[in-house]
Design a protein around this ligand. Structure first.
Ligand code: SAM
Length: 245
C-alpha cells in the first residue's frame, strides 16, 4: 500500500493534532487524515464521520485496504451525532464553509466537553467560526495559514476556556488573533492581496460616472473600514518596508 500523501493544508491540520488522542474527523471524505494520524502513531484511535454514503463507502474501503479497521472506525452520520459525548479528545472539522462548521458545532454541543480540542479549517467565512468559539467560551490557542493554488486556508486550534475571557475584537475575528500576532509571510501575502482588491473596488467606485447609490456608498464605507483594519494590523510590516526604502 502506498504511503499517504497529504496536501500542505491537511499536513498543517495533522500537525495540530495532540499526541496520543482519540481523534474524530468529521466530514472526513476520504478518511486520509484519520488513517495518516494513526499510521504515524500520532493518535491511538480515530473516528472518521461522513454524512454522504459515497465517501463513507470509499473511506471504509480505504481503511480496510490499509489494514486499519481496528484503529480507524468509519461512521455514517450527520456532524457530531456519530460520536458519543466525550468519546473523542480531538475533533477536526475541515474543508467546509464556516457556516456549516458552526452549524455542526452548534447542533453537536453536547458531544464536546472541557477536555476537547477543536481543530477547525473553514474554506470560507472564517470569522463565523471564531465568533462561534468566542461566544461559546472556546479560546483560540493557535492558528496557521497555508496557501494552496490561489486559495489561503486558515486552521484554528481551540480549547474550552474554563476561566478567563474568550472575547475577540472585530479584527481578531476577521484576521485571526494568533495569525495577526504571528504575521507569517503567507498571512501578509493574503492581506496585501485583499488590500489591493479593496483599492481596485474603491478606485472603480470613485471613477464611476454615475452618482453612487446608497448601497454603493455603503459598500465604499465597508471597503474603507476593512482597508484601515488591514493597514492597522500590518503597520509593523509597512514600517519595515518604509525603513528599507
Ligand atoms: N475534511 C476533508 C478535507 O478537509 O479534505 C474533506 C472535506 S470535503 C470538501 C467536505 C466533506 O464533508 C464532504 O465529504 C461532505 O460530504 C462532508 N460533510 C458535509 N456536511 C457534513 C455533515 N453535516 N456531517 C458530516 N460530514 C459532512
Amino acid at each position: 500500500m502506498k504511503d499517504i500523501h497529504l496536501s500542505e493544508r491537511l499536513c498543517a491540520i495533522l500537525n495540530f493534532i495532540p499526541d496520543s488522542c482519540v481523534l474524530a474527523d468529521i466530514g472526513s471524505d476520504h478518511a486520509l487524515l484519520a488513517c495518516k494520524a494513526v499510521e504515524d502513531g500520532r493518535t491511538i484511535r480515530a473516528i472518521a464521520g461522513e454524512v454522504r454514503v459515497g465517501p463513507f463507502r470509499r473511506s471504509e474501503e480505504g481503511v480496510r485496504n490499509r489494514g486499519l479497521d481496528e484503529m480507524v472506525c468509519v461512521r455514517l452520520g450527520d456532524g457530531l451525532s456519530v460520536l458519543a459525548p466525550g468519546e473523542a479528545d480531538c475533533i477536526v472539522i475541515a474543508g467546509m464553509g464556516g457556516e456549516l462548521i458552526t452549524d455542526i458545532l452548534q447542533r453537536g454541543r453536547d458531544r464536546l466537553n472541557e477536555q476537547t480540542t477543536l481543530i477547525l479549517q473553514p474554506n470560507i467565512r472564517e470569522p463565523l467560526c471564531r465568533s462561534w468559539l468566542a461566544a461559546h467560551h472556546w479560546a483560540v490557542l493557535d492558528e496557521h495559514i497555508v496557501e494552496e493554488g490561489s486559495h489561503f486556508y486558515e486552521i484554528i486550534l481551540a480549547k474550552y476556556a474554563v476561566t478567563g475571557c474568550t472575547e475577540l475584537s472585530e479584527s481578531e475575528c476577521i484576521m485571526g488573533p494568533v495569525l495577526s500576532k504571528k504575521q507569517s509571510p503567507v498571512f501578509i501575502k493574503k492581506w496585501l492581496k485583499r488590500e489591493k482588491k479593496l483599492h481596485q473596488i474603491l478606485s472603480a467606485i470613485d471613477h464611476s460616472v454615475q452618482k453612487p447609490s446608497p448601497s454603493i456608498l455603503m459598500k465604499k464605507r465597508q471597503c474603507v473600514k476593512e482597508m484601515k483594519m488591514i493597514q492597522n494590523c500590518l503597520r509593523r510590516y509597512f514600517k519595515t518596508i518604509k525603513e528599507k526604502q
